[in-house]
Design a protein around this ligand. Structure first.
Ligand code: BG6
Length: 377
């Protein structure tokens, strides 16, 4: 080993090999207290296996040497959620159940699972996307301001959100499987498992039991083979408590949409007066900003998530990596959702490839007098 050099070991292998690799690296004296190991998801498939992995790695490495990657945290726009919230005075005073009606987090993909069906069929959307990527987005939107932008301060706040998540009722979750569309196979064929009950789509209503969010639901949805590839977070504020404009229709609720990918940017819908004579007519218009336009060439040149994360490993900055207790808390919340489904032995709802997901997911919203935002590129 070269003295003074940082050695990082990237375990891009099946989790079953993590323990042996850690042990050998240590046993052969290839690592020292400055070395770092990087482990990819899936970090376990439930709480028990995640705990076992944490214990195994802890035998040879300190927590500050372990970098658990969630590539969503490496995305510029995901980090930007913290900048928007904590570097502006504008939003934070309104960022709570008193002023926010609900939040929608959407990660829609157009790809199916062809080519990785055997992995995916053992995971499904909840293990593959919700327990990690969606959970991270939820935490960044819901967490309290950390006292400093420091790895443990940020991760402490995220952990508090995960611990405050209420169990999800069976009636608040919809699972789907994409169907064949004439040209391309459906999920069952892609997964090479005609009896599969694994979901390629999930939508759920999530509640956070704390002072800030009591009464404001978070609706999460993610799926494969949907109409468009788009990831966004939409915050719908409450309507003004009273309208002074009686002849022109009620003001509509403001909405802030943060587009994570593609066309990264933000859109804030505000009410203005429609120009022209004829009284005070109101209209809702977008304050729309794409980072590429606002920042010119710098905004267009968004680095890949992994580039950023690998640099952070070398710099020794763990802010954008999941801590062991955070991963365990996320599994502790998802485990009962997964086991309730396995026990119920139902089939996911079918949905057409290229659609917005199953009809049932629409009802999840309509029931609450709300509607999903349209999925479009
Ligand atoms: C991975 C999942 O972690 O994230 C994939 O295993 C998913 O199933 C991918 O397609 C989505 O990542 P991105 O960066 O394309 O949104």
């Amino acid at each position: 080993m070269r003295k003074g050099a940082v050695h990082a070991f990237y375990f891009s292998v099946a989790p079953s090999l993590f323990g042996d690799i850690a042990e050998r690296l240590h046993g052969h004296g290839i690592t020292d207290s400055q070395s770092r190991i990087v482990v990819e998801k899936p970090f376990g498939r439930d709480l028990e296996s995640a705990r076992a992995l944490n214990t195994m790695l802890a035998q040879h490495f300190q927590e500050q040497q372990i970098y658990r990657i969630d590539h969503y945290l490496g995305k510029e726009t995901v980090q930007n959620l913290m900048a928007v919230r904590f570097a502006n005075i504008l939003f934070e005073p309104l960022w709570n159940a008193q002023f926010i009606d609900h939040v929608q987090i959407t990660v829609a993909e157009t790809v199916g699972v062809a080519g990785r069906g055997s992995y995916y069929d053992k995971s499904g959307a909840i293990r593959d996307m919700v327990q990690n990527h969606m959970m991270q987005l939820l935490c960044l939107i819901a967490m309290e301001p950390p006292y400093h932008f420091d790895p443990n301060a940020v991760r402490d706040e995220k952990l508090k959100v995960i611990r405050a998540l209420e169990p999800v009722e069976d009636s608040d979750i919809v699972r789907g499987q994409y169907q064949p569309d004439g040209k391309e196979p459906g999920y069952l064929e892609d997964a090479e498992n005609p009896d599969s009950r694994t979901e390629s789509y999930v939508a759920m209503k999530v509640r956070i039991s704390n002072w800030r969010w009591q009464g404001t639901p978070f609706y999460l949805r993610t799926g494969k083979k949907l109409r468009a590839r788009t990831s966004e977070i939409a915050i719908t504020f409450k309507e003004p408590p009273h309208s002074i404009f009686d002849d022109t229709g009620a003001p509509r609720a403001n909405e802030l949409v943060i587009r994570l990918q593609p066309n990264e940017g933000m859109n804030l819908k505000v009410m203005i007066k429609e120009p022209g004579p004829g009284g005070m007519r109101l209209v809702q218009v977008p304050l729309d900003m794409s980072f590429a336009d606002a920042l010119g060439s710098e905004g267009a040149d968004i680095p890949d998530a992994y580039e950023r994360l690998i640099m952070d490993v070398i710099r020794g900055n763990q802010t954008l990596f999941m801590r062991g207790d955070e991963v365990e808390a996320a599994w502790a919340w998802t485990d009962p959702i997964i086991s309730a489904w396995e026990d119920a032995k139902r089939r996911p709802e079918p949905y057409d490839a290229g659609s917005s997901g199953p009809e049932e997911a629409l009802r999840l919203m309509h029931r609450d007098n709300r509607r999903w935002r349209e999925i479009r590129a």
